[in-house]
Design a protein around this ligand. Structure first.
Ligand code: SF4
Ligand code: FES
Length: 201
């Protein structure tokens, strides 16, 4: 397998053929934000937060699932990229309910931190019925509050590809999409145990 040469934010990079733009950026010490990506797993490519600008491309591309090509010139923080990320984060915040902003664990929330980094204020979009689910406390290992879920599917991927349990899946459609166990049953300890995969982080 050969190598590929490209430029990311003006920095020359050389990585193995087949590496994604995200991997090449990480290799070069350039940080690109991600929400749905799990390192060393197949990309889900659903959150779009990792978009970057590739010179000559009409649209922004998802860096977690786009392979680096020879001679690519990439910008990870251009005005176009920043504007797109702001809207993506704003859309994710739309319909969010609850007390995230004043939550004592808010600094652990990647979405909260991204909103702060990109100076995203209160969402301008209106949702008739925000997604609301009661917090689930029935499992001694896992506390879930699906009102805060952004449908990144990381938990589903971790449960299937890493823990090989396939307990979690996605059900319903569109705005009603939800991560469920079985046919949307409770997340009891009989269903989900502490497998230590950090799937809900
Ligand atoms: S519950 Fe799963 S899909 Fe929802 S935000 Fe958390 S990791 Fe992502
Ligand atoms: S991290 Fe690339 S699409 Fe989510």
């Amino acid at each position: 397998m050969g190598n590929v040469n490209a430029s990311i934010d003006g920095k020359k990079v050389r990585v193995r053929d087949g590496a994604t733009i995200l991997q090449a950026a990480e290799f070069s010490g350039i940080k690109i934000p991600t929400l749905c990506h799990i390192k060393d797993q197949l990309p889900a490519g659903v959150c779009r937060v990792c978009v970057v600008e590739v010179e000559g491309s009409r649209t922004l591309v998802g860096s977690c699932h786009t392979p680096l090509s020879e001679g690519m010139v990439i910008h990870t923080a251009s005005p176009k990229v920043t504007a797109a990320r702001k809207v993506i984060v704003e859309l994710m915040l739309t319909g969010h309910t609850g007390d995230c902003v004043i939550d004592t664990n808010a600094e652990n929330c990647k979405l909260h931190n991204l909103a702060s980094d990109y100076e995203v204020g209160a969402p301008r979009f209106n949702v008739n019925a925000p997604r609301f689910y009661p917090a689930e406390e029935s499992n001694p290992y896992v506390r879930r509050n699906m009102s805060k879920c952004i449908l990144c599917r990381k938990c589903v991927l971790a449960c299937s590809a890493i823990a090989h349990k396939n307990i979690l899946g996605l059900a319903y459609r569109g705005f009603k999409s939800k991560v469920v166990t079985g046919s949307d049953g409770p997340l009891t300890s009989e269903v989900c145990r502490d497998c230590g995969r950090d799937c809900f982080r």
